[in-house]
Design a protein. Structure first.
Length: 249
């Protein structure tokens, strides 16, 4: 399956993707790289564009189910409130969700105050330090496993991380490089540590209960979207910088 024209769609596949007859795509506005509020009524962004392409391939109407955090977006697909979603690949989420290969790679970074003594990522895992992350985000899941000594403080959403970091007088904020840099520019007195602490593999996902065939079709759709330049065009159309199209699987 090298392009969307060769992906075979039949009634059984449509039913697996959309048992209600409408493809319900879970959209996480907490990741500004991939989604945004749009005109305030209909969201926009890379994930919305891909949802529309998938609905067109399946010849189904599309409903965007919008959430403000990754955790809620994941839960919607797991519970059947939504049919497909756009998530960072993580083994915890992978218990119930079948992921495609990634379509976009995003850097996760740390932010500190200008007067912080921290200069390298290795200094962050210290028992005296508190690190703020968005609750249920890929960064939360990853750092919960990786940080053995520092205390994790969970903000209600990823866009709220820096505000909570300042309000709590914490030591480090963790999140999407671009969001942290925007907050640093907005507020002043803040800086990013130079290197990334992780690369987020953003993929599409569907509940494993929907069956292997649906998961294979979704995987093929993402590979075709990358190969045909749809992902790259969407990143450019929405002015996304600092994210790159993932290589072919």
């Amino acid at each position: 399956m090298t392009d969307t024209g060769t992906i075979a769609i039949n009634p059984a596949i449509r039913a697996a993707f959309a048992p209600t007859g409408t493809l319900r795509a879970s959209i996480n506005l907490g990741n500004p790289i991939l989604a945004n509020p749009g005109d305030g009524v209909t969201p926009g962004g890379v994930s919305v564009d891909l949802a529309r392409e998938l609905a067109a391939l399946l010849e189904l109407p599309l409903e965007l189910v919008v959430f403000d955090t990754a955790g809620k977006s994941v839960a919607a697909v797991e519970s059947g409130q939504a049919d497909v979603g756009f998530f960072a690949i993580d083994p915890v989420r992978g218990a119930d969700i079948a992921f495609t290969a990634p379509y976009v790679l995003i850097e996760g970074c740390y932010l500190v105050k200008d007067d912080s003594p921290l200069t390298h990522n290795e200094q962050v895992d210290d028992p005296a330090l508190r690190v703020v992350v968005g609750k249920g985000s890929a960064y939360d899941l990853y750092l919960t496993r990786e940080l053995q000594h520092a205390t994790i403080v969970r903000a209600p959403s990823s866009p709220a991380v820096v505000d909570v970091f300042l309000a709590e007088q914490a030591d480090v904020a963790a999140g999407v490089r671009q969001q942290l840099q925007l907050d640093a520019d907005r507020l002043g007195g803040l800086r990013l540590l130079g290197e990334r602490f992780m690369v987020i593999q953003q993929a599409m996902g569907i509940a494993k209960a929907r069956g292997d065939e649906a998961a294979q079709v979704l995987h093929a759709f993402v590979e075709a979207a990358k190969a045909r330049g749809l992902v790259d065009a969407a990143l450019a159309r929405h002015g996304v910088q600092g994210a790159s199209v993932a290589p072919p699987a």
